[in-house]
Design a protein around this ligand. Sequence first.
Ligand code: FUB
Length: 329
Amino acid sequence: MNQQQLPKPHQPLVTHIFTADPSAHVYEGKIYIYPSHDLDHDEPSNDNGDQYKMEDYHVLSMNNFDSPVVDHGEALHLRDIPWASKQLWAPDAAYKNNTYYLFFPARDHDDIFRLGVATSESPAGPFTPQPNYMEGSFSIDPAVLVDDDNQSYIYFGGLWGGQLEKWQTGSFVPDAEGPAPDQPALGPQVALLSDDMLSFQGKPAEISIVDEDGNPILAGDEERRYFEGPWVHKYNGYYYLSYSTGNTHKLVYAIGKNPMGPFTFKGEILSPVIGWTTHHSIVQVEDKWYLFYHDSSLSEGVNHKRCVKYSELKYNEDGTIQKINPYPG
Ligand code: FUB
């Protein structure tokens, strides 16, 4: 355990390690954050994301926003995952069946991104991985919603290094490219999870994101199209799908009535941050809502040395989200 300074909005939650991709949840009355753990190295970046060489996960927690952040240490390491070869990218956690589940992507021994799951009796881990990746899984950035009726959904998918383009036929096609700019953009994937949370129930389906007129967001519409980092939360009975636009560096969201979509595009949540990527989660803590996200301010802009942060998130009366400035004042 490593006690850090008190958390402050828009400031790094921890500074002793580089962290990214925070998935935040309230478990057992505390705020738990499941980030990626960026390795501190000086190799160059490329569009395939080879610089994101993460090898383990640390779980962070805080009793509330006025108490220090605790790093619970290594919760899962690459060496303990038989099917994985490298790149433990953005994870998420879920609680069901008196068990905590950690969902995570990694490249398998054929260099293909797959999704794995690990379990623990404690929200802080350590987590024990399943021996194989989840059958039928592919690409990156799993995010899990356990709905009010206890049905669980797993959302995932990311372009470019995340390999989503390569699965358009249902099989892995190594040299496949994304749709033409005037064609509908690729959406994130969604699958039902089995009751034990360890496998997909049926095949994943692609989520449709449409504009206010019901027309699909096009692949060339890079300010609005899905890139990576899906997150689904519920507010006032509606499902909110939020995600990163990748190379236009925004967090945006769309709203729908069904957890499988379609979702109607609404607007921006967070304007671009220092660094190439951002990736987020949205969580209710008591009667307020919070955005957890990352930027590269702790390393003064190095893409793969990121730090997780938080901000309060507010809704307008009509249910739309007020856009957040990551660098206020
Ligand atoms: O952290 C590695 C990758 O970068 C994540 O999986 C993406 O969402 C992006 O944040």
